[in-house]
Ligand binder design. Structure first.
Ligand code: FES
Length: 128
């Protein structure tokens, strides 16, 4: 693969990416285990990302597969497999560790891009 297929998805390069401090949702709105996708558009640029809620922890990732840059999810916005053991790319079947975004089935390739998020004392998930 040549170049960087994810360049358009780098948070700092995308004007549609929400700023730190942007509230996303209440943690209790997310099933555990579960996931939820988000999308913003500014001036024709789109930023897509998702949250994973697993064992009371919340993780954020840019919704772009490092294989070819496609969004990971298909209909239904289910980013996790049924066992909640992997984040799945529905395009060609890549799998990632939910807690850190590393590849499971394609070694030595960059994993998911982390989207920094935090749960504050009000139990709301924010962009960090
Ligand atoms: S685009 Fe995700 S596995 Fe190919």
């Amino acid at each position: 693969m040549s170049g960087d297929p994810l360049a358009a998805f780098r948070i700092e390069m995308n004007p549609a990416a929400p700023l730190a401090g942007t509230p996303l949702c209440r943690r209790d709105e997310l099933p555990d285990p579960g996931s939820r996708g988000f999308s913003w558009e500014v001036g024709g640029q789109v930023f897509k990302a998702f949250l994973i809620h697993l064992k009371s922890q919340v993780f954020g990732y840019v919704d772009a597969c490092p294989h070819a840059g496609w969004p990971l999810v298909g209909a239904g916005q289910q980013y996790l497999n049924s066992e909640a053991s992997a984040v799945i790319c529905r395009v060609h079947g890549a799998r990632f560790i939910p807690e850190n975004g590393h590849w499971i089935n394609v070694p030595d390739v960059e994993g998911l891009i982390t989207w920094p998020v935090e749960v504050r004392s009000d139990d709301i998930v924010y962009v960090a």
